[in-house]
Design a protein around this ligand. Structure first.
Ligand code: SAM
Length: 316
């Protein structure tokens, strides 16, 4: 299905839970990690994916909060895998629960994995994440690499003065391995924008002139890709604030409370709960069509706008 700006919606992001193991300072500082009532069930998520599949969605990302906190995660993945129209299932995780799980995730049908790591220094990692263990993430990354996912990406949110001195160490990870390191610009989500934390893609390129541009891995990818000559892996830049890529946005987001959000950078949401309570998918498809029709042309992050919800609520 196309929106009113001619963009074809083919990618659905499911925030399986708002709960998270970590409390990253820029994402959900100060929030508790208590279980939240009213999360969509596995069956509700699968019904939503099936409905989106009928209107052209081919790719699903599982995120959160921390998706690996869902006890029914493998069964959700297997359920999505059984929907013929869905060609690709991906997941974004903080890696804290990844050790010993990669094979099971792969076997359930997960194709691609993104792992968030904001520092390669154990104490700094713990400080940024509010107590996370770097060694668990690194073990998870090793195992995920061995499990042979179709792609493995490391996400790094660059924070000025906190981890921007580590870009060279992250880039070095791509030298001998077929993995991507993607530097993400800090976005104004949730509380007031801490714009002084933001390191732009342009700044990064200035610091690393050795990066040479390479063709994107797939059409519509948010990252601009680079490579160090002779390296196997890629370095990506995702800089939505300083470099909008809304014209290619093909995504819709469903949050764990049953709200459907057409744009990360707009507060407008549509409830799927009432439609889910009805038999048949007519009402569900009607809400989906309305939300797609209302998808904004672009976000307004660069005009001082910040969202009411943070990334762990919306689903990163
Ligand atoms: N818990 C999982 C994880 O940590 O990867 C999935 C959810 S997390 C919200 C998804 C991604 O969003 C992470 O890479 C996180 O660093 C990023 N993120 C959160 N808040 C952000 C912000 N304000 N700007 C840019 N990225 C953000």
């Amino acid at each position: 299905m196309n929106d009113r700006f001619g963009r074809t919606i083919s990618y659905l992001r499911l925030s399986l839970t708002e709960r998270c193991t970590l409390k990253c300072a820029y994402c959900r500082a100060g929030e508790g990690i208590c279980p939240k009532k009213g999360e969509l069930t596995r069956e509700e998520f699968l019904r939503i994916v099936r409905a989106f599949a009928t209107i052209g969605v081919k790719k699903v990302r599982l995120t959160g909060g921390e998706p690996m906190l869902r006890r029914d995660l493998l069964s959700i993945i297997a359920g999505i895998r059984a929907i013929p129209e869905i060609e690709e299932i991906t997941m974004t995780t903080n890696g804290q629960h990844l050790p010993n799980q990669s094979r099971a995730l792969r076997e359930a049908g997960l194709n691609r994995l993104n792992i968030s790591v904001d520092s390669l220094k154990p104490e700094r990692y713990a400080a940024i994440t509010g107590g996370g263990s770097l060694s668990r993430v690194l073990t998870g990354i090793e195992e995920a690499y061995a499990a042979g996912f179709d792609s493995l990406k490391i996400n790094v949110v660059l924070l000025r003065g906190q981890n921007d001195d580590e870009t060279g160490d992250f880039i070095a990870l791509t030298k001998d391995r077929n993995l991507s390191v993607r530097f993400i610009e800090y976005m104004p989500l949730g509380e007031t924008d801490q714009a002084d934390l933001r390191v732009t893609g342009a700044e990064l390129l200035q610091k690393h002139p050795e990066l040479v541009p390479v063709a994107p891995s797939y059409i519509g990818q948010p990252a601009r890709d680079y490579r160090i000559p002779g390296s196997i892996g890629r370095v990506g830049m995702i800089d939505p604030v300083s470099h909008r890529f809304c014209a290619d946005c093909n995504r819709m987001r469903v949050m764990s409370d049953g709200m459907l959000r057409p744009c990360l950078g707009s507060n407008e949401e549509f409830s799927l709960k009432e439609a889910l309570a009805q038999e048949g998918d007519e009402a569900l498809l009607a809400v989906i069509a309305e939300a797609i029709a209302r998808k904004p042309e672009t976000h307004c992050f660069d005009e001082g706008f910040s969202t009411e919800k943070n990334m762990s609520q919306i689903g990163g």
